[in-house]
Write a protein that binds this ligand. Sequence first.
Ligand SMILES: [Zn+2]
Length: 133
Amino acid sequence: MNRKAERLQVHSLYGGRCAYCGTAIEIQEMQVDHYLPLRRRKKNGLERDSIDNKKPACRSCNHYKRGLLPENFRKVLKKLHLRIAELYHIRVARSYGMIEIKPFDGQFYFEKKLSMLSAEEAVALNVQKKVDP
Ligand SMILES: [Zn+2]
């Protein structure tokens, strides 16, 4: 698969939205995230650069995730509301009711989207549906 066709495929995975935050992204601005960082895949003997390890990401999420494992990215996001609440301008804006800070609910956009799919749709999309206990 050539690079352009692969980008199109990655972009369409979640309807043109970032796999992590769900923001709509144009294909030109989409960044292709390696879900499991390349160094981790190599360590585990997995093919490093295969399409099944690629997710569409907005610039912010891709930069914030960097080379983190998905679960570590989730941990960082779960503490983000605490970190920003300490920033001076944020404190002032909160005092005046201009903003409200909510904690990350712990689910990436693609996980929410998967939980909305039927088993047949998940098979058709060739994705593993996460089953909650
Ligand atoms: Zn994003």
